[in-house]
Structures are given as structure tokens and as C-alpha cells.
Write a protein that binds this ligand. Sequence first.
Ligand code: SF4
Ligand code: SF4
Length: 371
Amino acid sequence: MKKIQIKNDVNNSLLGFGCMRFPTKHGKIDRELATKMLDYAYEHGLNHFDTAYSYHDGESELFLGEYLKKHDRKSFTLSTKLPVWKVKKYEDFEVFLDEQLNKLQVEYFDFYLLHALNKERWDIIVKNNVFKFIEEAKAKGKIRYCGFSYHDGKEPFKEIINSYEWDFCLLQINYIDFNIQQGAEGYDLAASKGIPVWVMEPLKGGNLVTLAEDIMNHYQKVNPNDSAAKWAFRWVHSLPNVKLILSGMSSLEQVEDNCAIFDDITPLNELELKIVDEVRVMINNRVKVACTGCRYCLPCPVGIEISKNFSIYNNSYMYNNKGSGKWQYNSNLKIEQRSYNCIECGQCLDQCPQKLPIPQLLKEVTAYFTE
Ligand code: SF4
Ligand code: SF4
């Protein structure tokens, strides 16, 4: 397992185990299978585990705490995340931290993150004196390093990263999404300040592992035996300021594959980076409906969520993942919001700036998801 100097006194596996997608049974973590997965990873040199207060409705921290008891505390590093949206006053910070230390049955966290920061949450915790809390928690030995995970635009990111001497930050980065949220600009800013970046969603929630055949052929012309996942991980590893790559693994096969990939992982070379650039274009060219999501076509008299139908269809087709698309179509859209309810009244047609033939396209969506 490739190791990397994550901080001066921390030499870790480059791959971290994200504990938010354990397999489940009857709505709870399947502890037997999840234990096998963690054992396999640990035995193959993975020594960083990442969880959060909210993962698996609180069960992830409890389960991981039970699991980690059998290992020497110094043989692994542990990160978890403060549910900042629950903090109403200064005292709450430490109440949550202590609760998390208890649940994970440890004396300290190597890395503690302020979870899923955005502008609104940031303003609230700054008012509640978050910097004082961090300094005190460090002084008491409850946390070694403090960072944050982030989901908002470029401007709030600049404000947050410039406001404190952060030890690291956790960003959503993969080769398709490098320009959303904080964007490449945010990554560069962190790098210029010497703040190590950790990566979440390197496979875009699994979307980058199920690519269409022509795209896989393009990859395999260069590296015939490499999976799409390996390309995606190697692309992230090519960013020199990335010091940890988190993967939320949900099956033993994924753990085995990822451990094999990270055994001898190397950054992409110039030719391979060019291939990824081409693949990015190929994926984006698979967009089926040029809907911008402006919603001018709404309301529809029968209640169809027109742009949501198109967005689920586009994503499913782009990433060649019909199963996940079908699941989203049936779970994220109420029955009356689905494409097959269109009565072809034509009311939406004049409203669409893209001049999309909406009723016809909705028929296409219906055929794709219901055949
Ligand atoms: S044509 Fe279909 S989608 Fe458009 S407004 Fe009428 S029912 Fe709604
Ligand atoms: S008006 Fe057209 S582009 Fe805008 S959301 Fe509706 S279908 Fe999409």
C-alpha cells in the first residue's frame, strides 16, 4: 500500500477508508461483512479511517470505535467530523467532540474536521467562536490536526481557507468535477498556502467506474488491463498537493480492488493525462438533453418535474449507469413528477429558451427507464 507523508509526523496510506457506505442489513450496518472489509484493508496496509457524526445515522462512529479497539492506537490514524449544523452555542462544540471521542472509544482524534462547511454554516460557527474551540481542543490533546470539508462555491472557500491556519482540507475532486464547488482555483489556493488537500468522491460516487464501452476502449488502447477506477484514482494522485484519497467502500470486492490499485499507484504521465482530457469530452458529449435546469417550463399542469427528469436521464446515460439512474428516477421523483405523466398539452414548449421538444424527450426518458 502506497504511503505518503501526510504531515511531518504522520506517514499514512494514501488511501483512506471512508466509513459512510458500509453494507447494510435490515437498515443497520452489516457488521460481519464490514468487519471483513476493514480487516482486509488493515492487513493490506491501509491505516487511515474516516467517519463522521452523521454517517449511518450515528452508527458508523459506534461501529468503527468497536472495531478499532483491537488495533494498537498508534498503528492507524482516525478522522471524524463535527456536525457544525447542530452547533447553537460555544459550549456545543466540546459537547459533540466529547461525545464522538466516547463513541469512537479513543483519547484523541488525529484529524478533526468541521463537516460540510458552506457560507451559512461558516458564519454561524465563526459567531460561536470556532477558532477558540479548535485551539482549546488542541491544547487539551483531544485533536492533533484540524481541517474542514467543504460544499459551496469559490468565494466562501476563499474566505474560509484564508481565515485560519488550517492543517488540511477535504474537497470533492475528480476528473469530471474539478471545476465545481471550490474548483481547481480552490485546490490551487490551498496548495499555494501549503495546506494539504484530502479528496472525497474521487470516483464521483461510483459514476466513474461504469463507463461506456467506447470510452473504456479509449482507455484500454493505452493501458489494456487498467480499470476505469484505476484511471480515476491515478488522475487524483497526479495532483501533487493531494495527501489522502478517501474512498467510501461498500463491498469486499471494492476493498480488494482498491487495495490492489493503491499497492503500486503512480501519477498519470503526460500521454495518460491527455487521454483523460479526451475521456472527459467523450463523457460530456453523452449528454442526451441540453436542458440547462432554468425551470422556465414550470409549472407543468400535471406536476412533472421536467428538468429533474432530464438531469437523471443525462447522468445515467453519461456514466453508463442505468441501474443507478432507475433507482434515482423511482426514489427522487414522486409518482406525479415522472416523465410518463405527460399529456402533451404543449404548454411548456414556448417557455423553453433552448427550444427543446419537451414532450418528445419525456417519452424518451420514459422508454429508457421503464423498458
Ligand atoms: S407537454 Fe407535458 S410536460 Fe409539457 S406542460 Fe404539458 S404535460 Fe407538462
Ligand atoms: S425551460 Fe427548457 S432548459 Fe429550462 S428547465 Fe425547462 S426544459 Fe430545461
